[in-house]
Design a binder for this molecule. Structure first.
Ligand code: ZN
Length: 263
């Protein structure tokens, strides 16, 4: 699942390609929106809120197009007539202007809401790590509301703070030297951990390769994520892979039992 910085970059690409442009054609390929047509409307902007994308469109009234990449989704910006990089049947939404075609493939959410109802789709989110109104103190406060929760699970909960996915959740636990199952109440410096989360996403939104180690070479970008069974880069201990998360939402988790003891 894409991390907040990936979604932020998708928002930037959409914003650059579409803002100020008139939609010449729209194609909603989701059953509940099949009859929608926003052609003739003008795109106002696209922003990200956590891992949600909001494309504001001025048509007969102010609309907001809400999309979410979920597991496999992506937005691609193409030139008119350019061959699509993925099969057409995986497209969920097509937005065309005179000089660009934006295609949303495998989007997990596609919905249109009135602009004033935006809060209904993103109002539940905690402070956005990459938002202009990022509020570390509020994120810490929300995390502390559930002191028994494993820290990794808490970091993934978008209602605590918004933007962390499975990669950064694993990496943040490693960098903090904490077992992913450590209860929030036992995290020695939650404020510092939240600060690192912000730093991690902020650094990575500016570059093409996501890295938490500082090394951008293929296969060397992460400390523990996706490396179960391989030796820890710091101490050589074999990294352990497990499933961790709320029931039904367990995620593959990797950690080093030596560098990340349970507190
Ligand atoms: Zn280690």
């Amino acid at each position: 699942m894409p991390e907040g910085d990936t979604v932020w970059r998708a928002a930037r690409r959409l914003d650059r390609a579409l803002t100020g442009k008139v939609l010449t054609h729209t194609d909603f390929r989701v059953p509940q929106l099949a009859t929608w047509d926003l052609s003739g409307a003008t795109v106002v902007e696209t922003i990200s809120r956590g891992k949600h994308l909001l494309t504001r469109i001025q048509g007969d009234q102010p609309w907001t197009l809400h999309t979410h990449l979920k597991m496999e989704g992506s937005w691609r910006i193409l030139a008119p007539g350019q061959k699509w990089p993925r099969p057409g049947h995986t497209a969920r939404l097509v937005l065309e202007t005179a000089d660009a075609v934006a295609v949303g493939f495998q989007l997990g959410i596609v919905e249109v809401v009135a602009r004033e109802a935006e809060a209904e789709v993103v109002g539940h989110l905690g402070p956005d790590l990459l938002g202009p109104d990022w509020d570390a103190d509020e994120a810490v406060r929300r995390l502390r509301e559930q002191p028994e929760r494993p820290i990794k699970v808490a970091l993934l909960d978008q209602s605590r703070l918004a933007g962390i996915g499975n990669i950064y959740a694993d990496e943040l636990c490693f960098v903090a030297g904490l077992a992913p199952t450590t209860p929030v109440a036992h995290v020695p410096d939650l404020r510092r951990m939240v600060g690192r989360a912000h730093q991690m996403l902020d650094l990575n939104r500016r570059r093409d390769v996501q890295s938490t180690t500082g090394d951008l070479a293929r296969g060397r970008t992460f400390w523990v994520h996706g490396r179960g069974g391989h030796p820890c880069r710091r101490c050589g201990t074999t990294l352990v892979e497990s499933m961790l998360g709320d029931p039904g939402r367990e995620r593959v988790t990797s950690h080093c039992p030596t560098c990340q003891p349970l507190r």
